[in-house]
Design a protein around this ligand. Structure first.
Ligand code: NI
Length: 186
């Protein structure tokens, strides 16, 4: 297994709609192992393949005892949408409250191509929605409005993540504090 580097906002792969997985085999299994190891290494609760530079419809998750991966997910969300804090490994050091439906059902397949249906509520439902957004080329900051949006855009510009030195620092910050739903996220 390998720990892969997490792509940061500004990288075009994060703005690209990811392609469905069609090849199920050892390479896919290795990719998912690497994603799991990377997610745990940076103390993330979810990781989408585009975040490690692979534009495929896959995400991994590990939150509140729920852990796994989903390939080619289809998501249905329902219920009211409380506003709760979120962060993202690809937008390190920031956290903002986002409204997301509290319930979600995700359908997809696992690494063997076998069908999966997972009904989620609470944080798991939020992780599914957040990671699904990544596969559509969206970031959680896209949901911000008004003053929060201005604050986020200012912070992202000031951070200049494209700079190599800043990227190293940002990765370090990301690994200690801004994992989505992480304890230090407030
Ligand atoms: Ni994210």
């Amino acid at each position: 297994m390998s720990i892969l580097s997490v792509r940061l906002i500004g990288d075009p792969v994060l703005r690209t709609v990811a392609l469905p997985v069609t090849d199920f085999g050892p390479e896919l299994a290795k990719l998912i192992d690497d994603m799991n190891q990377t997610m745990h290494n940076v103390k993330g609760v979810g990781l989408a393949a585009p975040q490690i530079g692979v534009s495929k419809r896959i995400f991994t998750y590990a939150i509140e005892g729920h852990e796994g991966h989903i390939i080619n997910p289809v998501l249905e969300s329902s219920d009211f949408a409380p506003s709760e804090p979120e962060g993202c490994l690809s937008v390190p050091g920031l956290g903002f409250s986002i409204e997301r439906p509290r319930q979600a059902v995700v359908r997809g397949v696992d690494v063997n191509g076998d069908p999966l249906v997972i009904e989620a509520s609470g944080l798991l439902a939020k992780v599914f929605q957040h990671e699904y957004d990544h596969l559509e080329g969206k970031l959680y900051v896209d949901h911000l409005r008004g003053e929060d949006k201005k604050t986020a855009m200012r912070a992202i510009r000031a951070a200049s993540y494209q700079d190599v030195t800043a990227q190293t620092i940002a990765t370090r910050i990301g690994s200690v504090g801004s994992a989505f739903g992480g304890r230090n996220n407030q």
